[in-house]
Design a protein around this ligand. Sequence first.
Ligand code: SF4
Length: 368
Amino acid sequence: MLDRQRYARLGLETVLDKVLAGERLSLSDGEALFACPDPLAVGDLAHLVRTRMHGDAAYYVVNRHINYTNVCVNGCTFCAYQRENDEQTGAFRLSREDVLDKLERAPSEPREIHMVGGCHPTLPLSFFEQTLAELRGRYPQAVLKCFTAVEIAHFAALEGISTLETLRRLQAAGLNMLPGGGAEIFAPEIREQVCPRKSDAEEWLRIHEEAHGLGLKTNCTMLFGHIETSAHRLDHLDRLRRLQDRANGFVCFIPLPFLTENSKLKIERPLTGLDELKTIAISRLMLDNVPHIKAYWVMLTVKQAQAALLWGADDFDGTVVEEKIGHEAGATSQQGLTRSELDEMIRGCGFRPVERDSYFNPIETRRG
Ligand code: SF4
């Protein structure tokens, strides 16, 4: 039971009433939450909502991440992963055989294949179509969750076709779902500084809406804790919420803390752990129409992801196996987790682990 007097003292009585009644929060409610000096009070509200939606369940998926290249024409200032095509050290591009080989060597057969990469200057759409077709044939039970909206825009531009046609062709080859990357912060004044060459907000949102129209579910993200303000975060959440009202195609929102290591983007005040948790909680409260909030352990660390389950998140992501993007930026987490480790970590903070597919349908939990 939440203490009304506590919320009245914090000027959050209206927010409390709306949360208890299941009503939508306004942007000014969001501002009041960001301004609240008692982060635990914000976390308690998010936990109430998360528990109402998902009870004591905390989800994870047996997945395999594949990063097919770090060569990228965009050169976002925050990105520690990107390399130039002619750079001798550190640039890589996987062949189709390399991708298949990595999957062959995965410790468990994946339920989800999450494949993303840089915007390579010459890789043609046919490469991705053939790779998807091969994966579809070899892993019929896996959801192919591949290519951010930014990559889709890049493939379309290289091919000289529309993004809708690009999505149709990839879907015909086996694509099931888009991951949520590339959203960063939608406000143009921030994009100009952190990712000036990347798709703008309108293009990112349009591509997701096109995918939803084709029956492809997608995820969505927000990269926070760099040069944006709380108003920018709320604007970002509001744009996602409005698209979800129209298209209802987002499955999960992933709040991604900015990791500073190896980044050209220098910031004055790095995020604290409480900043991260409060933003995750406010995301849960604002995104009333997005079913799931992910505590992405790779970027948060496992310990912070456990805490995030008590601050509004309901998903722990998955086994991952190998991850390059967050680790280039200084992620200190391990490369992968087993089912048993995920079970243990979720149980360790009082939740019931539920193995899921990419759409959050529960599947039989096995040990491994
Ligand atoms: S964030 Fe993505 S689009 Fe930007 S430089 Fe890095 S790989 Fe390229």
